[in-house]
Design a protein around this ligand. Structure first.
Ligand code: 5GP
Ligand code: MN
Length: 336
């Protein structure tokens, strides 16, 4: 472990910095990574962003997106960069398994590891942490880190602000979750003042769907939605064949689960999808229902109380049945 003063002292010289985030990164993961990137390059550091995997095209417009290295496309180069780094910033995750094979490289590295995150139960691989589960987004913690820890509020330029706004907007469901506070709105106001064009960011992220994505969404809602009123639960299931039929790409299933949660009275929404190598499950809940506990206990996963995920190597139909079979155990919470 190192303290903030030592961290600042080490960062006072030009350093080799790697920024990485969880696999299949979302808006908060990429917004935080590229926001921190745009800050560090102003300080004269040699900075590289490495994503464990690819990510949705609706994030490819982010400033400096062209600089991102995808581990699965450039393994040897990524390993070398991690081995040579002075610092590795690990954003929006707190267990090395969340960055796949890259996790072992990070574990082996002698670099100073800094974790900035808002997920529960950190594994503890890092040397320094800025961790707060109350934060609505990791991007909010990056803002804190730059402004309050490093006293560089005047370096929140248009690029930094644009990236951090994107992270906060996507992880807060466009400023609607209970994690959104008046303090968060003040940060967001500062980001707009610093150059983030709020309406344009919203448009680039949310009004950027392909025609196939919209047709796929219609199909999910009309043909793949089941509602279990006795458990206030809604489920959408998507098979390999469905994905093929609609030619669905990375990220295009994002947000489908929220439509299930938007049904009147629904407390728990699930989205189960048969990927080529495994079955992936996403849960969303309202109020006190602990979606993360369900994912941890039954689906090798975790996450936040109201938004969590997991996976299984079992057949698609088995996972669907397993999900339905655990509902009685949670009936008392679902009917509250
Ligand atoms: P999503 O449903 O969008 O894939 O994930 C929602 C949230 O659940 C993510 O922000 C992440 O915190 C968590 N999550 C998703 N998949 C996993 C997983 O496999 N393991 C863990 N620990 N958390 C996950
Ligand atoms: Mn996040």
């Amino acid at each position: 472990m190192i303290d903030l003063d030592s961290l600042k002292e080490k960062l006072a010289q030009p350093c080799k910095i790697i920024i990485t985030t969880h696999h299949k990164p979302d808006g908060d993961a990429m917004g935080s990574s590229l926001g921190l990137y745009s800050y560090f390059i102003q300080k004269g550091h040699d900075v590289k962003v490495i994503s464990p995997t690819d990510y949705p095209h609706f994030l490819h417009w982010l400033p400096h997106n062209n600089e991102v290295i995808i581990y699965t496309e450039k393994e040897a180069e990524s390993k070398q960069l991690v081995a040579d780094a002075d610092f590795i910033f690990c954003l929006d995750f707190n267990a090395l398994s969340r960055i796949n094979e890259l996790g072992e490289e990070v574990r082996k590295s002698t670099a100073i590891k800094v974790m900035i995150d808002h997920h529960l139960e950190p594994e503890g691989f890092e040397d320094f942490r800025h961790w707060n589960t109350k934060a609505c987004a990791t991007a909010q913690l990056i803002y804190d880190f730059i402004v309050y820890h490093l006293n560089d509020g005047d370096l929140i330029n248009k690029d930094v602000a644009t990236c951090l706004y994107t992270g906060i907007m996507t992880d807060s469901g466009s400023f609607r979750f209970p994690t959104v506070t008046s303090d968060l709105h003040r940060i967001v106001a500062n980001l707009i003042d610093a150059g983030a064009v709020n309406w344009k960011i919203h448009q680039q992220v949310y009004d950027n769907a392909t025609e196939s994505r919209l047709k796929f969404l219609g199909f999910c809602l009309s043909s793949r939605l089941q509602v279990f009123r006795e458990y206030n639960t809604a489920l959408i299931t998507v098979s390999k064949e469905d994905i093929k039929q609609f030619d669905i790409q990375t990220g295009e299933t994002e947000g489908v689960v929220n439509y299930a949660l938007s049904i009147n009275g629904i407390k728990l929404a699930a989205f189960i999808i048969e990927r080529s190598d495994k079955v992936k499950l996403s849960l969303r809940s309202v109020g006190d229902f602990p979606a993360n506990e369900v994912c941890k206990k039954y689906f090798n996963g975790g996450g936040h109380k109201n938004a969590s995920g997991g996976q299984s190597d079992e057949p698609f139909e088995t996972v669907i049945e397993k999900f339905k079979s655990i509902l009685p155990e949670y009936k008392h919470l679902l009917l509250q």
